[in-house]
Design a binder for this molecule. Structure first.
Ligand code: FES
Ligand code: FES
Length: 168
């Protein structure tokens, strides 16, 4: 099926946090800006624009990607998850709650990217070691916390989510 092009802009269709959305984007528009400016979801931050800091990390078909490194048109027809999709009905996701409880953030600028990278990690790991958490977040820079509390938060979230599963 051909793409809709209006005034040199391309219609991009995505499912984002379970919702079907579409908007026009220039061919050069980066996914990070498409999410923020075209779809109005500003939880995804932009720090470096050069694939270095990881604050723009979102899940694309479940895989963490730095959305400043993906063109919006490449996401056409795909599934995106952002930090806005983590909580439900006003309740924090267990990972967000663990960050809160363990002081896993200070200014919070890196936090959306950290949360999305570690969401994928939690989904895809049975057991989780400190080493694995540190390796997973090695592409996410934090200028404030020194990582210790972030790592603690992710490990605690894994433990709590395991307990929840066992209760069911
Ligand atoms: S803004 Fe994308 S990696 Fe820094
Ligand atoms: S909490 Fe400030 S950059 Fe990470």
């Amino acid at each position: 099926m051909g793409r809709t092009v209006i005034n040199d802009q391309i219609m991009v269709h995505v499912t984002i946090n379970g919702e079907s959305r579409h908007a026009l984007a220039e061919p050069r528009t980066l996914l990070a800006y498409f999410i923020r400016d075209n779809l109005g979801l500003t939880g995804t931050h932009v720090g470096c624009d050069t694939t270095s800091c990881g604050v723009c990390t979102v899940l694309l078909d479940g895989v963490p990607v730095k959305s400043c490194t993906v063109l919006a048109v490449q996401a056409d027809g795909h599934d995106i998850e952002t930090v806005e999709g983590l909580g439900h009905n006003g309740q924090l996701h267990p990972l967000q709650q663990a960050f809160w409880d363990n002081h896993g953030l200070q200014c919070g600028f890196c936090t959306p990217g950290m949360l999305m990278t570690t969401t994928a990690l939690l989904r895809n790991s049975v057991d989780l070691t400190e080493h694995e958490v540190r390796r997973a977040i090695s592409g996410n820079l934090c200028r404030c916390t020194g990582y210790v509390n972030i790592v603690k938060a992710v490990l605690e979230a894994k433990r709590r989510m395991g307990e929840e599963t066992r209760k069911v």
